[in-house]
Design a protein around this ligand. Structure first.
Ligand code: NOJ
Length: 726
């Protein structure tokens, strides 16, 4: 193992300061770019960072871009620092680089992990061309509370769907060979349970059963690691009183002990220092000691390792062995991505110029965007619209908006290539004069005369496309909302437009599930368009005019009312379940609204319809070590080709801990021509019914299970099978 020898040789040679240097990542002041994504980013200026590199006091830089400047930083590290250890250059490259793909939540709605793998691959090509080795993605947190601003960055509320997307994105970003010039090292984040912050309030506490942590929040990290991820980012939150960034159980016992993870863990931005504010550490030194000894290898931006680890070692509060172990992990990752063999990988200015726009990525962005659009309702088959012979009014603050196409993590996107709704729709129409465009309202404020103009346009049209929703800054870090509804001026616009009687198609822009109200909720048709990225306009036009039949499904439940949060389909069974169609007193219910989702997880329509046969099981009695095969006939019973997401859910009828009312276990997207049928086959084994028992160990319990093969989490007829004892 030449790398191992080299790493051990380096560790033997390194001064304590040089070791600590490898454990620090700092904002890239040499090629500063992302100014607003973190507080007080550029505390150190370019000259200070150059000096840090020269003296071996930094291991990684982040959120800079540019091959030539990156090459110069690397040259200083390799040629001017004593040991010549290369820098790792990281960045938040989340859902696209120059080409912006849909927000992760939108892409998850495609229910096509292989699509996410392809967009991640494309993103990796663009990012590595621009001087970036390492992305702080994918985010694999589970989002069960839609008030949280970071729902947009997740794959939604489901564990299995999130695991599938986590693994696909890791495969896509990294590619088959970590040392390839277009391989982008990943950082699944935020370890762990960040999505479970109380009340959906960012940075808030997490108080949860250890079994829920294991059943719900940890599996996506395991899936990402199994797919090859070599770094993780610790989260800001505490879990049951222990901050994740100093959580030995998570960072060492589970990650290294149980999962045999060989990479390194980086803190979130200053999350190690924040142990002090949590009241978990008395001062910076105490925070550094607690974080490092718990297994947090690299400190992102706070500087507390640089400031205190040497003294901690001198005082005997940290051992040299603990420091060496963290350094070993960091160097191991640097070696694994090929930096020791080629420190200048990803730092080629010619390649950057050549690949600043890769035209095939536009086509991929358009395809991904249209595959992410969810058709919630389509009364009277109002959609698709006609490309001629129909007068269309495009109304709403997002009609001509270019500022809110990219979503909350659009740091490096090419603004000049963003295509808005107006441009996309006009390009698709046979007769562009059929389209009238009126903003009607601002995003959060009314426009003088806006509603009158919108009403006039609606009256003169056969159909209204109403482009309403959230601006991108309602999503992302520290953007929790109490009311997940449309801003009042937009709701007023929707009411006035609907009152004209002209049929309305809502084009919803959103980074979370919203509580739809009034005229928006009652519109004849609703398309969920998230933040779709570079190709927003063309993708929406493809769906609106029927060049593409929608195929996406909700990765988050749309509630009846904002006050129901946290609201998710796979909740534990209540002792007084809500049974639709029975008297509601003394049931699990809300006074004001029905309990059922307005649009459940997994829901989505297309321009055709699908019939489901009864699932045929290979056996009703599954042997302990056997495989159950489930075959279901799906028929396209409509008049055009379409894609269906066939979903398999399970429920454990009786168990030693209360189990979810339903859980997604498999899904497959299939394409069927009008009238065509296909038998869709899934297999399950005992592993698919495992959960963590009272002793917090994985267990599968013999007994009866209900199984649905259905078009959403809320419909279908159950069939059952029994898992036989060992
Ligand atoms: C804080 C965010 O929580 C994290 O997701 C991001 O990667 C870092 N800032 C670095 O920008």
């Amino acid at each position: 193992m030449p790398h191992q020898r080299r790493i051990e040789g380096l560790i033997a040679d390194m001064t304590l300061e040089e070791k600590i240097g490898q454990l620090g990542a700092f904002a890239d002041a040499l090629r500063p770019f992302a100014f607003e994504v973190n507080p007080e980013t550029f505390a150190r200026d370019a000259e200070q960072v150059r000096e840090q590199i020269r003296s071996g006091r930094v291991g990684a830089l982040f959120n800079g871009v540019g091959a030539a400047e990156g090459r110069e930083a690397q040259r200083i590290a390799v040629e001017e620092s004593r040991l010549g250890i290369p820098l790792l250059l990281g960045a938040d490259v989340i859902h696209g680089m120059r080409t912006v793909f849909p927000i992760p939540l939108g892409e998850a709605a495609s229910f096509e992990p292989d699509l996410a793998e392809r967009t991640a691959r494309a993103t990796a090509k663009e990012a590595t061309a621009a001087g970036i080795h390492w992305t702080f993605a994918p985010m694999v947190d589970i989002a069960r509370d839609q008030r949280w601003g970071r729902v947009a960055e997740t794959s939604g509320e489901d564990v299995y769907l999130t695991c599938e997307f986590a693994a696909a994105r890791v495969r896509g970003f990294q590619g088959a060979d970590l040392t390839a010039p277009d391989s982008l090292l990943t950082t699944p984040k935020h370890f762990a349970a960040y999505g479970a912050i109380s009340a959906g309030l960012d940075y808030n506490f997490v108080d949860m059963a250890p079994q829920t942590l294991r059943d719900v929040h940890l599996p996506p990290f395991k899936a990402a690691i199994d797919a090859g991820a070599l770094t993780l980012m610790s989260s800001f939150n505490d879990i049951n009183g222990v901050p994740a960034s100093a959580n030995r159980e998570l960072l060492t016992d589970i990650l290294r002990g149980e999962w045999k993870f060989e990479g390194f863990v980086v803190s979130d931005y200053t999350s190690d220092l924040e142990l002090v504010a949590h009241g978990y550490a008395s001062d910076e030194a105490d925070a550094a000691q607690k974080a490092l000894s718990a297994g947090l290898d690299m400190s992102l931006q706070s500087g507390i390792y640089a400031g205190h680890v040497a003294t901690l070692v001198e005082q005997g509060r940290l051992t040299m062995a603990e420091v060496d172990e963290a350094v070993r992990r960091v160097l191991h990752v640097k070696a694994a991505v090929g930096l020791f063999d080629d420190p200048y990988r990803c730092l080629d200015a010619e390649r950057e110029a050549d690949q600043s726009h890769i035209p095939v990525h536009d086509a991929l962005a358009r395809d991904c965007a249209r595959r992410s659009i969810v058709l919630l309702k389509n009364d009277g088959d109002l959609l698709p619209l006609k490309k001629s012979g129909q007068r269309i009014a495009l109304i709403g603050p997002f009609a001509q908006d270019t500022a809110n196409l990219g979503g909350c993590w659009n740091i490096f996107g090419d603004a000049a290539r963003m295509i808005d709704l107006e441009t996309g729709l006009l390009a698709a129409l046979d007769d562009p004069s059929a389209l009238t465009i009126v903003p009607g309202s601002g995003i959060e404020e009314a426009l003088d005369g806006g509603i009158d103009a919108a009403v006039a346009a609606a009256r003169g049209a056969d159909v209204v496309l109403l482009a309403v929703g959230e601006p991108h800054e309602f999503s992302g870090e520290a953007q929790s909302r109490t009311q997940i509804v449309l801003p009042a001026p937009q709701q007023a616009l929707a009411e006035a437009v609907a009152a004209t009687g002209t049929p309305v198609v809502v084009l919803l822009r959103n980074g979370r599930a919203l509580a739809l109200e009034g005229a928006v909720r009652d519109a004849q048709a609703i398309l969920v368009t998230w933040f779709l990225g570079t190709q927003t306009g063309p993708a929406v036009a493809d769906v609106v005019f029927g060049d593409y039949s929608p195929s996406a499904r909700l990765p988050v439940s749309f509630p009846q009312d904002a006050g129901q949060q946290p609201y998710f389909y796979n909740h534990p069974a209540s002792g007084r379940p809500n049974v639709p169609g029975t008297p509601r007193a003394f049931q699990t219910r809300w006074r004001e609204v029905t309990h059922a989702a307005l649009y459940p997880f997994g829901h989505g329509l297309s321009y055709t319809r699908f019939d489901y046969g009864v699932p045929q099981l290979s056996t009703g009695a599954l042997g302990w070590d056997d495989t159950l095969t489930i075959r279901t006939r799906i028929t396209n019973a409509g008049t055009c080709e379409g894609e269906e997401v066939v979903q398999l859910y399970l429920r454990d009828r009786t168990a030693s801990r209360v189990r979810p009312v339903r859980e997604l276990k498999r899904f497959r997207k299939i394409t069927l021509a009008a009238g065509e049928s296909q038998d869709v086959e899934f297999t399950l084994t005992r592993a698919d019914v495992e959960f963590h028992g009272v002793d917090n160990r994985p267990v599968a319990e013999p007994g009866l299970f209900d199984l649905w093969v259905a078009p959403s989490s809320a419909v279908g007829e159950a069939v059952s099978f029994e898992l036989l004892p060992r």
